[in-house]
Design a protein around this ligand. Structure first.
Ligand code: PLP
Length: 552
C-alpha cells in the first residue's frame, strides 16, 4: 500500500513513551485516489509484444530496402514545422501513430550512415546483432557504473575490454573503459596524460599533434584548460603523416625555451585521408624525451584485425593511451567509443568517484566499478553490442569485413585514376580514397579546381546515388570516398565512379555550366546481396590494387 509520511517517529520511541508499538500514530495513511493506482505507463503484455514486433518489422524493412533507396534527399532540407502534430499535448497520441510517425518523419529523414553507398565522413555501417544488443540493453535498462549486484554486465564489459587490450598487444596490466565515442576517448586520455605527467603547474606544458589531427583533440585541450599556444601543431608530409623532423626540433626548442613538453598525440588513420603517423618513431621520441604517447586510432584501429593493418600500425602497442571507436571500423551502432591505457591504476587515479551514498558498491570483492574508469557514473551497456556481435559472427567475419573496406578503397582509387583530370591525392590506406577533379588539366587554377570539386559534391548529393564528403588538403578542395560498409559492392563503387566520370566529361565539354544535366536514377538495379563474395570480385580488387599509380 502506498503511504504518505506526514511526520516520522520511530516505533521504539513510541514504546519508550508507553505507546503500544505497531503503527506510529503520527504516520497518517491516506488512501490513494483511484487515479494513482497502477503503472501509468503500463500496456498489456499483448500490446507490448505487438508494438515491439511492429518496430522490429519496420526496422528490418528499412535495413533491407536501404540499397535501393537514394542515399541523400535531393530537395533542400526542411527543418521547419512539427515532426508529428504541434507540441506535446496533455493527452497522448495512439502508440501506432507515434511509431509510424517516427519511421516516416524521422528515420527516413535521418542521414543514412549505414547505407552501402554512404561514402561520406566516416560511415557507420552498424550490424543487426548490435542493434538487437542495444535493444536488450535498453529493455533491461542495465546500469553499468558499478559491479555490485551487477555481475553479468560487468563481466561482459571486462571480456570486451580484455579482447581489445589483447588486439592492441597491450601488457596484462592494461585496462580500459567504453565511452560514447572518439571525442570522449581522446579527451579522457588527455585527462590521464595530464594527471600522470604534470603536477599542479600546467602553464608551461605543451602537447603536440599534426595538422591532420581530428578537431576533437584541440577541443579536448581547450576543455582541459590548456591555452591555444600549448597545443603545438606539427605540419604533415606529402602523405599527410606527422613530420618527425619538425616534431623533434619543436620538442627540443620548447625545452630550450623553458616550456614543458609532455604529450604527443599520434593519429592512426586520419579522418581526411586515413594516413598513419610514424608510430614507431614517435614512440622512440616519447621514450627518449619522457613524453606521453597517445594514439588516436578512432578511425584506423580496427585495421589491427588484418595482417596488412598490423604492419601499418606497428608501434601502436607502445602507446600509453589509445582512443578507439568501435562504432566506426568495428561496425557497432552508435555510440561505442573506447579508451585503453597501459596501466589500469592510471584510470582510477583520474576518474575515481567518492560519495557517502556510493560506499555500498565499493564492496564487490575487488570487482571493477566502471564509474571509477571514466567520466560517467550512470553508464548504459555499450559492451553488450560488441560482445554479442563478436560472439555471433566470430572474429573472422569482422576481419574480412575490415579487409574488404580497405580493398574497396584501393579498387575505387584504381577506377577513379582512369578518369581524365582526376587526381588521386593520397594513397588509399585504411579504406579512404581522396581525389579531386582538375578544371584546367594540369594547369594549376586553385579557385577553379575548388569550385569544380564543390560542384561535384553538390551534384552527387542532389543526384542521390552515392554520397561523398569533401575535405581540404593544402588549401585544395578534394572529395573523400570511404567505402568501409561491408554491404558495399564493387558495383556500387563502379557506378559511383561512372557518375563522377560523366560529370567530369560533361564539365570538360561545357566548363562554364553551373552543373551538368542530372543523371536521373529511375531505378537502381544494384546488387543488394552485398559482398565481394566471389573470387572474380576479389580478383578484380587485387588487380585494381596493382593498378593504383605510384606516388599519389
Ligand atoms: C581520427 C578520429 N578521431 C576522433 C574522432 C571523433 O570521434 P567521435 O565522432 O566518435 O567522437 C573521429 C571522428 O570521425 C576521427 O575520425
Amino acid at each position: 500500500m502506498a503511504v504518505e509520511l506526514l511526520s516520522f517517529r520511530r516505533t521504539k520511541d513510541l514504546k519508550d513513551e508507553g505507546g503500544s508499538g505497531g503503527m506510529d500514530p503520527h504516520i497518517r495513511v491516506r488512501p490513494m485516489s483511484s487515479r494513482d493506482h497502477g503503472d501509468p505507463f503500463s500496456m498489456s503484455g499483448a500490446e507490448m509484444r505487438r508494438l515491439g514486433h511492429k518496430v522490429v518489422d519496420l526496422l528490418v524493412d528499412h535495413y533491407q530496402q536501404l540499397p535501393e533507396q537514394a542515399v541523400t534527399t535531393p530537395a533542400k532540407e526542411d527543418y521547419s514545422g512539427a515532426v508529428l502534430g504541434d507540441g506535446f499535448g496533455e493527452r497522448g497520441l495512439p502508440a501506432d501513430l507515434v511509431v509510424e510517425g517516427v519511421m516516416h518523419n524521422v528515420l527516413r529523414r535521418a542521414m543514412p550512415v549505414n547505407h552501402p553507398r554512404f561514402f561520406a565522413y566516416i560511415p557507420g555501417p552498424g550490424n543487426f546483432m548490435g542493434m538487437l544488443a542495444d535493444t536488450i540493453a535498453a529493455g533491461g535498462n542495465m546500469f553499468c557504473g558499478v559491479a555490485q549486484q551487477n555481475a553479468g554486465p560487468t563481466q561482459v564489459e571486462n571480456e570486451v575490454l580484455d579482447w581489445l587490450c589483447e588486439l592492441f598487444d597491450l601488457p596484462p596490466e592494461a585496462a580500459g573503459c567504453l565511452v560514447s565515442g572518439g571525442s570522449v576517448a581522446n579527451m579522457s586520455a588527455l585527462i590521464v596524460a595530464r594527471d600522470q605527467m604534470l603536477g599542479e603547474r600546467r602553464d608551461k606544458a605543451v602537447l603536440y599533434c599534426s595538422d591532420q589531427t581530428h578537431g576533437c583533440v584541440a577541443k579536448a585541450a581547450r576543455l582541459l584548460g590548456f591555452r591555444e599556444d600549448q597545443l603545438s601543431i606539427i605540419p604533415s608530409d606529402g602523405q599527410y603523416r606527422l613530420r618527425m623532423d619538425v616534431l623533434t626540433a619543436e620538442v627540443m626548442a620548447d625545452r630550450a625555451r623553458g616550456r614543458q613538453p609532455f604529450c604527443v598525440v599520434a593519429t592512426a588513420g586520419t579522418t581526411s585521408t586515413g594516413a598513419v603517423d610514424p608510430l614507431e618513431q614517435i614512440a622512440d621520441l616519447c621514450e627518449e624525451q619522457d613524453l606521453w604517447f597517445h594514439v588516436d586510432a578512432a578511425y584506423g584501429g580496427a585495421a589491427m584485425l588484418t595482417a596488412g593493418g598490423r604492419v601499418q600500425l606497428r608501434g601502436i602497442e607502445r602507446a600509453q593511451s589509445l582512443a578507439l571507436d568501435p562504432h566506426k571500423g568495428l561496425f557497432q551502432p552508435m555510440e561505442c567509443g573506447c579508451l585503453l591505457v597501459r596501466q589500469r591504476e592510471w584510470l582510477g587515479q583520474s576518474f575515481r568517484i567518492e560519495g557517502a551514498y556510493l560506499l555500498d558498491n565499493e564492496r564487490a570483492d575487488g570487482a571493477i566499478n566502471y564509474r571509477d574508469r571514466g567520466v560517467q557514473l550512470t553508464r548504459n551497456f555499450k559492451a553488450l553490442k560488441l560482445w554479442m556481435s563478436l560472439k555471433t559472427y566470430g572474429v573472422a567475419v569482422f576481419r574480412d569485413a575490415v579487409q574488404k573496406g580497405m580493398d574497396l578503397a584501393v579498387y575505387g582509387a584504381s577506377a577513379l585514376s582512369e578518369i581524365g583530370n582526376c587526381q588521386i591525392m593520397a594513397p588509399p590506406v585504411m579504406g579512404i580514397v581522396v581525389f579531386r577533379l582538375r578544371a584546367t588539366g594540369d594547369k594549376e587554377d586553385e579557385a577553379a579546381d575548388n569550385q569544380l570539386n564543390q560542384q561535384l559534391h553538390d551534384f552527387l548529393q542532389e543526384e542521390g546515388y552515392a554520397f561523398l564528403s569533401t575535405t581540404m588538403l593544402s588549401g585544395r578542395k578534394c572529395l573523400r570516398l570511404c567505402p568501409i560498409n561491408p554491404r558495399t559492392t564493387t558495383e556500387d563503387i563502379q557506378r559511383t565512379v561512372e557518375r563522377i566520370g560523366r560529370f567530369a566529361a560533361e564539365r570538360a565539354r561545357a566548363p562554364g555550366q553551373e552543373r551538368p544535366e542530372l543523371i536521373k536514377i529511375i531505378q537502381t538495379d544494384v546488387d543488394s546481396r552485398g559482398g565481394l563474395g566471389d573470387a572474380a570480385d576479389r580478383d578484380a580488387i587485387n588487380a585494381g590494387a596493382g593498378n593504383v599509380p605510384d606516388g599519389f
